[in-house]
Design a protein around this ligand. Sequence first.
Ligand code: CO
Length: 134
Amino acid sequence: MIGKLNHVAIAVPDLEAATKTYRDVLGAKVSAPKPQPAHGVTVVFVQLDNTKVELLHPLGEGSPIKGFLDKNPGGGVHHVCFEVADILAARDKLKAGGARVLGDGEPKIGAHDKPVLFLHPKDFNGTLVELEQA
Ligand code: CO
């Protein structure tokens, strides 16, 4: 059911330092910071040949990654995003198999203007999973 790995999202306490690490130490292509107020984050995209890493930093009050950084002050992997061809079919299949879909279970428009859903980390070995309709 799942297709390509779309991105790995890493929550970082210091966006500039994390960007430097990826650009200068790892030699990756990095974007300018992109504020995404609707999602409560500023994102730096690290473009790799086969996928992306997204460096996430809290933006504004009530950022969805603030609690994660409170628990993991040095930062850490926040979620992985897999592509699916049909997000509603994927959701229904997962729910039928007992997986928990976060929120009201309806896809939201994600950071790439495509429908996304998040799946409960307890059902996936402690990893928050994002599904994005490719
Ligand atoms: Co994501």
